[in-house]
Design a protein around this ligand. Structure first.
Ligand SMILES: *Cc1c(COP(=O)(O)O)cnc(C)c1O
Length: 428
C-alpha cells in the first residue's frame, strides 16, 4: 500500500526518534486525531492506548483547549520572555504554585522535559555555589530511572539501560544506586551518603513510577526515606514528575501520596494536555532565595528562546480548567479499576511475568519480547496504538477514554499475548 505523496517525498529526509534508520519499517502516516482516536491516511482508525507519550490526558482536540489556543493565537502567539511578561505565563505560574504542596512557589518555564531536568540540575548545583559551599556538584539518581536524552540528563539515567550506553565515557559521573526499597538497599544508600554526601548536590527521582525505565512502581515509603536522608545529609531532593504529574498515578502529583515535598520539581508531558511543548521547573522558597544576591553571578543564567510560549501556557491553563471542572481523578480511579480487572486475565498466559496497575497506568510485563516488530504489527492489526518496549506492554490512556474503548485496548493486549505474537515461533 502506497502512502501519501508527502510521505514518499519526506521519508528520505526525515530522521526518526530512537530508530535504526537502516532497517526501519515505514511509520504510519497520521492525518488527524479526535477523542482517543488517531486517524491514518488510508482511513484506518487506531484507538490510542498511550495518549501520545503520556501527554493527551483529556483526549485529542478537546474543544476547551482548542478554543484557548485559538483565542491566544489571534492575540499573541509568542513574545520573548526576556524583559517582557504576559498573562498566560504568570497566571499559569500562580495556579501551579497554588496546586503544588508546601512552598513549591517559584516556576521557571522551558520547552521540554529534558531541559526542565537540566535546569533543575543546574539550580541544584548553583544553589550550593551561591551559598559558598564547594564540591557539591554530583547528583544521586537511581537504577531504572529516566530523566531525558540531552547530555546532562543522560548522565542521570540508568547507565545499564542501554539507551545511552555509548556515551558512558563522555558523560559527567554521578552516583546511580538502587532505590531504597528494603532494609538492605536503604542501608547501602545511607552508607553511600555518609561517605560521599558532601559531594552530592541533590537526590533525583521519579516518584512512585519510573516510566521510560520500564514502568517500575515503588511504595510511597521510598520517597519518605529519601526525604529523611536528604534532610539528614543536607542534600536537595528533586522529584521528576514529568510522567507522574497531573493525575497519572491517582493523585494530582505523585508526591502527595507520600506526603513529601521535594525541594525542586519538574513537570512537562501532560502539562499542556499534549497540545504544545512546555515544561516547568518549580522550586521551594529556600532554593529560590539562594539566588537572591548582590553578586550578578548568582543569578540563574538560563533562558530558552521559546520559554513560557503564550500558546503553550494558554493550553496549560485550559488543561488546569478541565482538571478543576471535570472529575478527572475519579476517572483515573475507574480506569485503574477496569484495567486491573481486565488485565488480570493476562496473568496466567504463557510468557507473562507480571501484571501491575497504578492510577491510570497498566502494565503487562513479559519474560521476553522476541520479535518487537511482529508484536507491534499485531497490535496495529487489532486497531490499537500501543507501543511495547523492552519486555513490557503498557497502557497510559487519556483520562477521558470510554470503558468500551479501554476494553478494546486490554482485549488487544490479551489477544496478542495469547496468540504468542511476542514470541519467537510462527514465522509469519
Ligand atoms: C519524558 C520524560 C523526560 C524527558 O522529557 P522530554 O520532553 O522528552 O525531553 C524526563 N523525565 C521523565 C520522567 C520523563 O518521563
Amino acid at each position: 500500500m502506497r502512502g501519501p505523496q508527502w510521505m514518499d517525498n519526506g521519508m528520505s529526509h526525515i530522521w526518526l526518534p530512537y530508530t535504526q534508520m537502516k532497517t526501519v519499517l515505514p511509520p504510519l502516516p497520521a492525518v488527524s486525531t479526535s477523542g482517543c482516536d488517531i486517524h491514518l491516511a488510508d482511513g484506518r482508525v487506531l484507538t490510542d492506548g498511550i495518549a501520545s507519550w503520556w501527554t493527551a490526558c483529556h483526549g485529542y482536540n478537546h474543544p476547551h483547549i482548542c478554543d484557548a489556543v485559538s483565542a491566544q493565537l489571534s492575540r499573541m502567539p509568542h513574545v520573548m520572555f526576556g524583559g517582557l511578561v504576559h498573562e498566560p505565563a504568570l497566571t499559569l505560574a500562580t495556579r501551579l504554585a497554588g496546586m503544588l504542596p508546601g512552598d513549591l512557589e517559584r516556576v521557571f518555564f522551558t520547552d521540554s522535559g529534558s531541559v526542565a531536568v537540566e535546569v533543575a540540575i543546574k539550580i541544584a548545583i548553583q544553589y550550593w555555589i551561591n551559598r559558598g559551599v564547594s564540591g557539591r556538584n554530583r547528583l544521586l539518581a537511581f537504577r531504572g530511572g529516566y530523566h531525558g536524552d540531552t547530555l546532562a540528563t543522560m548522565a542521570v539515567c540508568d547507565p545499564e539501560e542501554g539507551m545511552h550506553a555509548l556515551f558512558n565515557g563522555v558523560l559527567p559521573q554521578h552516583y546511580i544506586v538502587d532505590l531504597p526499597r528494603d532494609q538492605m538497599t536503604l542501608q547501602r544508600l545511607e552508607s553511600r551518603l555518609s561517605e560521599s554526601g558532601d559531594e552530592i548536590a541533590a537526590i533525583l527521582v521519579e516518584p512512585l513510577i519510573q516510566g521510560a525505565g520500564g514502568m517500575l512502581f515503588h511504595d510511597p515509603m521510598v520517597l519518605r526515606h529519601l526525604r529523611t536522608l536528604a534532610d539528614r545529609y543536607g542534600i536537595l531532593l528533586i522529584f521528576d514528575e514529568i510522567f507522574t504529574g497531573f493525575g497519572r498515578t491517582g493523585t494530582m502529583f505523585a508526591c502527595q501520596q507520600a506526603d513529601v515535598v521535594p525541594d525542586i520539581m519538574t513537570l512537562s508531558k501532560a502539562l499542556t494536555a499534549g497540545t504544545m511543548p512546555l515544561a516547568a521547573t518549580v522550586t521551594r522558597t529556600h532554593v529560590f532565595e539562594a539566588f537572591l544576591s548582590d553578586n550578578p553571578l548568582h543569578a540563574l543564567m538560563h533562558g530558552p528562546t521559546f520559554m513560557a510560549n503564550p500558546l503553550a501556557c494558554a493550553c496549560a491553563n485550559a488543561s488546569l480548567d478541565l482538571f478543576e471542572t471535570q472529575p478527572r481523578l475519579q476517572q483515573v480511579r475507574q480506569i485503574g479499576a477496569q484495567m486491573a480487572h481486565e488485565l488480570a486475565a493476562c496473568r496466567h498466559l504463557p510468557n507473562v511475568r507480571d501484571v501491575r496497575v497504578m492510577g491510570a497506568v497498566g502494565v503487562v510485563e513479559l519474560e521476553t519480547i522476541a520479535d518487537m516488530n511482529r508484536l507491534k504489527a499485531a497490535l496495529i492489526a487489532l486497531g490499537v496504538w500501543i507501543r511495547p518496549f523492552r519486555t513490557i506492554i503498557y497502557l497510559t490512556p487519556s483520562f477521558t477514554i470510554r470503558p468500551d474503548e479501554l476494553s478494546r485496548l486490554t482485549d488487544a493486549i490479551r489477544r496478542v499475548i495469547a496468540q504468542g505474537a511476542a514470541g519467537k515461533e510462527a514465522a509469519s
